[in-house]
Design a protein around this ligand. Structure first.
Ligand SMILES: Cc1cc2nc3c(=O)[nH]c(=O)nc-3n(C[C@H](O)[C@H](O)[C@H](O)COP(=O)(O)OP(=O)(O)OC[C@H]3O[C@@H](n4cnc5c(N)ncnc54)[C@H](O)[C@@H]3O)c2cc1C
Ligand SMILES: NC(=O)c1ccc[n+]([C@@H]2O[C@H](COP(=O)([O-])OP(=O)(O)OC[C@H]3O[C@@H](n4cnc5c(N)ncnc54)[C@H](O)[C@@H]3O)[C@@H](O)[C@H]2O)c1
Length: 489
């Protein structure tokens, strides 16, 4: 019986593995672009916004083409962002026996993970019959994109609807020229061939602290120069203070309210001249490598938007209505290219909602419940409003907190740095914001995201049974502490 079913399975696999004749296969893969056929949806950009929009559009029965200039799908996030900045560094290449760091092994692992994932998206395109055109797309009319093909030559791709999903690029600072060797963006910081002894990071935001943590763990001395009075200015103040203390314990040095006014790369390293943000005495700090992480700007210049009259704001972000349509009918925009948080999961939500509108359905993205996670150790995750924002809104509120030191799992794994903070409306107890600094905060936060999405109260979470021993119990206890008292504190 078992033999028979194994034989049947092998026969079925053989059918699945049989390749069509090469010519027939090539013809099946020939693009709509090449054939001049009009697509229902043309997406410019194959990042998390663009590739997700393309797959969803095809799933909704729309003939879809996606144009990507990089020659690989997945965008900033997969190629030089979210994935390579997290995938390999934490676990690979550190040989614990003699505490040796094998940097080439780490880089090779990172590249392998990235290339596997980009190929995976190509596979999803094939499965969903999304046409993939490799090249640089430029709008020449509201229904036509001219493409300079990666392999040479050019073509025109026609579409009833066009989605601009061109993403973002690093924001450069005047006088600080990125060479991706001594002065690097996050892309260069992910490909250093040596561990810098001294790393200076400009900007204490997501990238600066995450990449700074990576190199700090590998042995670099990290100094962060930040223009604002605080690190991650968008974070809840109380959490931010703890976060900064924790990073300082990990030997980060912070120069807050400080700006870089000059950079000298003439010697073997880099000399940075800094001064107080408000002006004052200048000092010189030295580095082997400088990471520029002072924000990102939308990548919207040179793609034909002005030629067809698409409106952008002063920062170059494409302006869209609540259906993601620009002021030009049939032209849409999503992801980092439009206003809103520059996050991969937000870009994906935009992409799905945008094509749902195009397909005549209702789409929806709730920007008030987009979570944010800083992937340091411990992680810092949040959703909803900070206490400062709630206070400014004038709504009466209550706060519940729970320290990780009182959480049994965090103690058991000796990783008890951090806290959970819950803010709810005083009158109704509806949760307004949740902020977590803990190991695995980026996973735990989704319980809070769901709570906010469903309009739950802190009591709803407090009365929900949580498995023991888990770090998630700290969220339950913080919720108890919001409207009543925590048990273990
Ligand atoms: C170092 C780093 C780490 C990050 N980590 C995280 C994280 O952990 N979590 C998170 O949520 N976000 C993270 N982000 C942000 C995240 O990468 C972006 O928010 C996300 O990639 C935006 O998706 P997108 O599709 O709008 O744009 P992108 O991912 O930038 O994709 C746009 C694509 O369009 C292509 N393109 C541009 N112009 C054209 C054209 N004219 N023709 C053809 N193709 C074009 C580009 O080559 C690119 O591949 C990180 C960013 C960086 C830099
Ligand atoms: N985990 C994640 O979700 C993740 C990780 C990385 C990047 N990202 C996204 O990428 C985007 C870009 O990241 P980022 O860290 O470059 O930007 P950011 O906006 O997070 O932080 C930039 C920081 O640089 C400071 N700054 C600006 N100009 C400065 C100057 N001249 N001198 C000193 N400091 C200066 C700002 O005050 C701010 O604190 C973020 O908006 C984020 O959404 C997300």
């Amino acid at each position: 019986m078992a033999m028979a079913s194994l034989a049947r399975r092998r026969a079925a696999e053989a059918v699945l593995l049989r390749r069509p004749h090469a010519a027939a296969w090539a013809s099946a893969c020939r693009g709509y672009a090449a054939s001049g056929e009009e697509s229902d949806v043309v997406v410019i950009g194959g990042g998390p916004g663009g590739y997700v929009a393309a797959i969803k559009a095809a799933q909704l029965g729309l003939k879809t083409t996606c144009i990507e200039k990089r020659g690989a799908l997945g965008g900033t996030c997969l190629n030089v962002g979210c994935i390579p900045s997290k995938s390999s560094f934490a676990h690979h290449g550190v040989k614990f026996s003699n505490l040796e760091v094998d940097l080439p092994a780490m880089m090779a692992q990172k590249d392998k993970a990235v290339s596997g994932l980009t190929k995976g998206i190509e596979g999803l395109f094939k499965k969903n019959k999304v046409e993939y055109v490799k090249g640089f797309g430029k709008l020449v009319s509201p229904s036509e994109v001219s493409v300079d093909l990666v392999d040479g030559g050019s073509t025109i791709v026609k579409g009833k609807n066009i989605i601009v999903a061109t993403g973002s690029d690093v924001k450069s600072l005047p006088g600080v020229t990125i060479d991706e060797k001594k002065i690097v963006s996050s892309t260069g910081a992910l490909a250093l061939t040596e561990i810098p002894k001294k790393l200076v990071v400009i900007g204490a935001g997501y990238i600066g602290l995450e990449m700074g943590s990576v190199w700090n763990r590998l042995g670099s001395e990290v100094t962060v120069v930040e223009f604002a009075p605080d690190i991650v200015p968008s974070m809840d103040g109380e959490i931010r203070k703890q976060f900064q203390r924790m990073l300082e314990k990990q030997k980060f040095k912070f120069m807050l309210k400080t700006k870089v006014v000059g950079v000298d790369t003439s010697g073997s390293g880099v000399k940075l001249t800094v001064e107080p943000a408000a002006g004052g005495e200048q000092t010189v700090i030295e580095a082997d490598v400088v990471l520029v992480s002072a924000g990102r700007v939308p990548y919207t210049a040179g793609i034909g938007l002005d030629a067809i009259g698409v409106e952008t704001d002063k920062g170059g972000r494409v302006l869209v209505d609540n259906r993601f349509m620009t002021n030009v009918k049939g032209v849409y925009a999503i992801g980092d290219a439009i206003p809103g948080p520059m996050l991969a999961h937000k870009a994906e939500e935009d992409g799905v909602a945008c094509v749902e509108f195009i397909a005549g359905k209702e789409g929806h993205v709730d920007y008030d419940t987009v979570p944010g996670v800083v992937y340091t150790h411990p992680e810092v995750a949040s959703v909803g409003k900070t206490e400062e924002q709630v206070k400014a809104s004038g709504v009466a509120y209550q706060v519940g907190k729970f320290p990780l030191l009182a959480n049994s799992r965090a103690k058991a794994i000796d990783d008890a740095e951090g806290m959970v903070k819950v803010i709810s409306e005083k009158e109704t107890d509806r949760i307004l914001g949740v902020h977590i600094m803990s190991p695995g905060a980026g996973e735990i936060i989704h319980e809070a995201v769901l709570a906010l999405q469903y309009g739950a109260s802190s009591e709803d979470i407090a009365r929900t049974c949580h498995a023991h021993p888990t770090v998630s119990e700290a969220l339950k206890e913080a919720c108890m502490n919001t409207y009543d008292k925590a048990i273990h504190m």
